[in-house]
Every structure is written in structure tokens, then in C-alpha cells.
Design a protein around this ligand. Structure first.
Ligand code: NI
Length: 290
């Protein structure tokens, strides 16, 4: 297996705003994780509570599900993050991008920094892990090389129902589609991207699920602009204390896990002004998942 990104690959990341592929696990490991996620998504808990899967997948997934806890502590994934931002790592959140076969869900061109509320984009890296292959047919991401040098650009909020990002935000800049790079990945490979990198993805037109998860790593010296936020220490140490540290999952979806998730989401909702739908969903699940 390839090692963590080399110095020249990290230089490539700084020049273009991304780097891929990085092999972080075997195809079999990735396939097993994808199967668990698809099974949950098609299972009784997700069916019973309309937006439970969505809310649990969106930000603090690793506080609730074993597969997500495994991913955010995976040594090779942490090695990849460390190569870019250093040895002390907090996980700030994860985002599940599950595209069902032949489904309309897409992601508009955007910069992840737009709503993060963190004070330094250079101290953050997003690691996107393909748990199934990411192909042209199933809606692999597209990157606009060098766009991270633009800094923050304005976004319009469309709230398009089929847009998989929270506010359907669209970057208000001209995109050179011809220069965009398709992020084709095998199962178990990852891509790394900068918080200002413009990226998008098309719908899944294939007959298979496309399962990808993005893990958002930050250095402990990053400050939340809201003054209050939480994250989990996964490597090294936190000598700054800017974030309330989250407890690591012990048992999937137990009362402690659901309480930790509810607390983290409440802090987040306070930060972003999102309505606290995730809290209601989490309480409902804690009260009696079927
Ligand atoms: Ni994004």
C-alpha cells in the first residue's frame, strides 16, 4: 500500500488545492464499511424517522456509529491528514455522501469554508474516502485546480431539493468546466482538498450505490469564529482548548452516544443558526430505535 502523501505530493496539494489518490484501506475493508452504511440507510431505523439518516450522517456521525468511529481513527487516514496539517489532529465533523443508484442528488460548485465558521482554512484539510469506486457514471467529485487561491468567494443559497449540501449553496463565480479535474477513485482510496477549493459532483447515473464520506480534520490552534464549538481529538495533543472535546464512542447508538451527538449538534446549531432538527431526530432514536 502507498504511504502517506510524500513531501512532493503535499507540495502538489498546496499548489493545486488537492491531492489524490491516497490508498487508505483495502477494497475489501472499504466494501465492508459501505455495506454497513447501505444496510443502515435501508433499514428500519432510517425508514421510521424521516430525516434521521440525513441528520446523523451530516456532521457528527462518528459519535453514533462504529463504522464512522473506525474511519475517523483509521491510522492511514490520520497519516494523510497529518502530512498536510501536522501531528495534532481534531476531527471537527464528517459528511456522508450516499448516492443511491440512478438518483438525482448532486452537489453544486462550492467552497467548504463558506459555512464552517473556522478562522484559518490553511489549518484544515478535508479527506474524502471512497468506500465504493467514484466514477464518471456515479457522480465522482470534480475539482477546479488552483481555485483555493481565490480565498472565500460569495455563494448563493438555492435550497435545491436534490442538492446534497445543506443550503444548496452555489459559488457565485465562473467555473472553467474544461479545466476541472474528475476525482476518480477506487474503493479504499481517498482525496484531500483545501477548504477554499471549488468542487462539485453530478448525480449517480449508475446501477450501484456510490458511498463516500468526507472527514474534516482541523489543527487544535484553529479558532471557532462563534467562540463555541466542539471536536474530537484523534491524534497528538490539544494545547489550545479552543474546542470542547467530544467523548469517543463506546457502544453504537447507546444512550451515551445519542446524548453526545445531541450535545454536539446543539452546539453546532447554536453556531450556524440551523434549526435543531438533528436533536429531535436523535432524541427520537434514543427513545426507541426499532
Ligand atoms: Ni464540499
Amino acid at each position: 500500500m502507498a504511504a502517506m502523501p510524500s513531501p512532493s505530493q503535499v507540495a502538489d496539494f498546496r499548489a493545486r488545492g488537492f491531492h489524490f489518490p491516497v490508498r487508505v484501506m483495502t477494497e475489501d475493508e472499504a466494501g465492508a464499511l459501505a455495506e454497513r452504511i447501505i444496510a443502515f440507510d435501508q433499514g428500519p431505523v432510517a425508514a421510521r424517522y424521516a430525516d434521521v439518516a440525513n441528520s446523523l450522517y451530516r456532521f457528527k456521525t462518528y459519535l453514533v456509529f462504529e463504522w464512522a468511529d473506525t474511519l475517523v481513527h483509521h491510522p492511514r487516514i490520520l497519516d494523510a491528514a497529518e502530512a498536510v496539517i501536522g501531528p495534532d489532529l481534531l476531527v471537527w465533523s464528517v459528511g456522508m455522501f450516499l448516492k443511491k443508484p440512478r438518483s438525482p442528488g448532486f452537489v453544486s460548485w462550492h467552497q467548504d469554508a463558506t459555512y464552517y465558521g473556522l478562522d484559518d482554512a490553511d489549518k484544515v484539510v478535508n479527506v474524502w474516502v471512497a468506500l465504493t469506486p467514484a466514477t464518471l457514471a456515479n457522480g465522482a467529485m470534480r475539482f477546479a485546480p488552483g481555485s483555493h487561491r481565490l480565498g472565500q468567494v460569495p455563494h448563493r443559497e438555492t435550497y435545491d431539493r436534490d442538492n446534497l449540501i445543506s443550503r444548496g449553496e452555489v459559488a457565485d463565480v465562473a467555473i472553467d468546466e474544461g479545466a476541472a479535474v474528475d476525482v476518480l477513485l477506487g474503493a479504499g482510496e481517498a482525496s484531500l482538498h483545501h477548504l477554499y477549493l471549488l468542487h462539485s459532483s453530478a448525480p449517480n447515473r449508475s446501477d450501484d450505490h456510490r458511498v463516500g464520506i468526507v472527514i474534516r480534520f482541523i489543527r487544535p490552534d484553529v479558532k471557532p469564529l462563534s467562540g463555541r464549538d466542539c471536536a474530537m481529538l484523534v491524534r497528538g495533543e490539544d494545547r489550545f482548548g479552543h474546542f470542547e472535546l467530544e467523548p469517543r464512542l463506546r457502544r453504537e447508538m447507546d444512550a451515551d452516544a445519542m446524548a453526545a451527538h445531541a450535545r454536539a449538534m446543539a452546539i453546532r446549531d447554536g453556531n450556524t443558526g440551523h434549526r435543531p432538527s438533528a436533536d429531535r431526530a436523535a432524541s427520537a432514536m434514543g427513545a426507541g430505535p426499532a
